[in-house]
Each structure stands twice: as C-alpha cells, then as structure tokens.
Design a protein around this ligand. Structure first.
Ligand SMILES: NC(=O)c1ccc[n+]([C@@H]2O[C@H](COP(=O)([O-])OP(=O)(O)OC[C@H]3O[C@@H](n4cnc5c(N)ncnc54)[C@H](OP(=O)(O)O)[C@@H]3O)[C@@H](O)[C@H]2O)c1
Length: 283
C-alpha cells in the first residue's frame, strides 16, 4: 500500500513516522521543503505521480494567534491546499485522511460535542479549518476527517514543552482554568490514523478523536508539573486575565462515541502524558 504524508515534520507527522512501520507500507513523507502545500501544481503532480492508495494530510497553518493577521496564508494552507489534495485523491481513487480541530465547534453547548453538532468557528484558524473540512468532503468521497484537540507531541512546540521549560525556571505560574477540553497525544492520533488506513471498510466522514477524560489548561499544567517532578506552583486564572488575539472555546470536550463504535482505541490523556515523559529524550 502506498501512503503519501504531507507536513511530515509536524507533531502528528513525526508521530506517523514512528507508527507507519508496517513493511507492506510504502510511505512517502513530505515536508514543506519537498512539497509546499501552497504550490497547487506541485501538490497535484506529487500526488498523481506517486499514485498513493492513501493520502494523510498533516500539513496545516497552526499558529492560531498569528493567523488573525495572516489570513491569506492560513486560507491557502488550511482550505485551498486541502481542496487541491482532495481533488487529486479523488482523481486516482485514493482515500484521503485529514485532521481538523475542536475549534470548529466553539458553541455554547455544555456537554461533549458530537460530530453533527452545529459548528461556529470564532477565529481565522478555526474558520479556515472548517472550510478545509468542507472542501475535502465535497472534493473526495473517500475522505475521513479526525477532529482532535490540544495536541502534544514529542517534536515541536506545544503546551507540555512550554510548561516543562517554565516550570524548571519559575517558582509559580498562572494558567487558564476556565477553558475545558482534552489533551491528545500525537502518537495516539497517529494510531488512530493507522486504524483508518487498516480499515478500508470504515465509513468515510468526520470522527472526533481525543484523549479520554477532561481537563482545563490549569489541570493539564498541574499534571505536567507532577509527572515531571517539578515543584513550580500552578495558580488558576480566568481567560480574561490572559487575553489572546484569537478567541478559544471555553468548552470543547469531544463526544467520542462515534469513533469508539468504529473501533478506534483511546486512552486517558494522563496515561498518554506519562508515556510522553517516558519517551521524552529531554527529560
Ligand atoms: N496542535 C494542536 O493543538 C491541534 C489541535 C487540534 C487540531 N490540530 C490539527 O492537527 C493537525 C496536525 O497538527 P500539528 O500539531 O501536528 O501541527 P504542526 O506541528 O504545526 O505541524 C504542521 C506541519 O505543517 C507544515 N506546513 C505548514 N505550512 C506548510 C506548507 N505550506 N507546505 C507544507 N507543509 C506545511 C508545518 O511545517 P513547518 O514546520 O515548516 O511550518 C508543520 O510541519 C493540523 O491539521 C492541526 O490543525 C492541531
């Protein structure tokens, strides 16, 4: 089976490099240098010449706050490039696996969010991610989308890395306690993508995928300090005390029932964090 992976130097892309080890897979991992997703012709040409059975799109514009002032680039990568890739998949009958975000929901429902709940993205990043989902689903009938949340991976910058660094330098940190969601380990997302690849009978469409359990950023920070043995005290603050250019949802816990029924496996975010620490070469 031939598999094309874009954005392969990101958190999920790097986790896929560790996960897609089945010798029957012929994987082509592309980064920005080899395949710039803003180059539509290159995206088409690379896909058509490699003729993959599956394409996994890990490339994305993920700088949520910067996107507020960099709309054009965000649209080109999160929306336009997704359409081109999905069209190319469709033309060679390949399956298309795409990753999206809990930020597309951003609604006022105070219960875990289901795939068919209304969307109401509140930032440039979230709007382009939702638009990308729609492009993918309409361009390629064999599209599977994973909506995930609060990704932490061994490579790249993320909340865990920031907390470990600050926790080593400071005695006290203030962290937002009124945004609730679920941290998700990039290696677990890679496992979910492997499940899609190995399940040709899986119904295409949109699936939520996240770590089990819920947390605020404050809860997550406290767990990071504890698991890394850092004595830094974490204090809860409201979002209003930590304003950011892009709005974040207050509640974005994902209902995982659809994915559970489709054979995806999950673990609690805290167990994944313990595993992250054990695999973390810097700790
Ligand atoms: N991070 C989160 O908390 C989070 C939460 C929910 C959903 N998601 C979604 O999960 C997916 C994977 O996220 P991630 O955390 O792995 O993101 P990431 O670490 O930022 O990786 C994204 C990758 O895309 C690449 N990329 C950006 N623009 C590109 C372009 N023009 N051409 C080719 N590659 C390009 C980046 O390359 P450079 O390094 O060269 O920029 C980077 O390697 C994304 O779809 C994201 O929207 C992420």
């Amino acid at each position: 089976m031939r598999i094309l992976i874009t954005g392969a130097n990101g958190q999920v892309g790097m986790a896929l490099r560790r996960t897609l080890t089945n010798p029957s897979f012929e994987c082509r991992f592309t980064d920005r240098e080899e395949l710039d997703m803003r180059d539509e012709e290159a995206v088409r040409e690379t896909t058509l010449s490699f003729r993959p059975d599956v394409v996994v799109n890990c490339a994305a514009y993920t700088a949520v706050d910067k996107a507020e002032d960099d709309t054009q680039a965000c649209v080109e990568i999160n929306q336009d490039a997704v359409r081109v890739l999905a069209e190319a998949c469709s033309s060679i009958n390949a399956r298309f696996i795409h990753i999206s975000t809990d930020y597309v929901y951003h609604n006022k429902v105070n219960r875990p969010l289901r795939e068919d709940d209304p969307t109401d993205p509140q930032s440039v990043y979230a709007r382009t991610k939702l638009a990308g989902e729609k492009e993918a689903l309409s361009a390629c009938a064999k599209t599977t989308i994973l909506r995930t949340s609060w990704v932490f991976g061994l490579e790249g910058a993320n909340f865990v890395r920031t907390m470990v660094r600050l926790g080593g330098d400071r005695d006290q940190l203030s962290v937002v306690a009124d945004q609730i969601g679920a941290p998700t380990y990039a290696d677990d997302i890679a496992g979910a993508i492997l499940h899609i690849i190995e399940s040709p009978e899986l119904k295409p469409g949109t699936y939520n995928y996240a770590g089990l359990g819920i947390a605020s950023w404050y809860d997550f920070a406290k767990a990071i300090m504890e698991i890394y043995g850092l004595s830094c005290e974490v204090k809860p603050i409201p979002t209003t005390s930590y304003p950011t250019p892009a709005a974040r949802p207050h509640y974005s816990v994902l209902d995982l029932t659809k994915a559970q029924n489709a054979g995806f496996t999950f673990r609690h975010w805290r167990d994944a964090l313990v595993d992250f620490k054990a695999s973390d070469a810097t700790s």
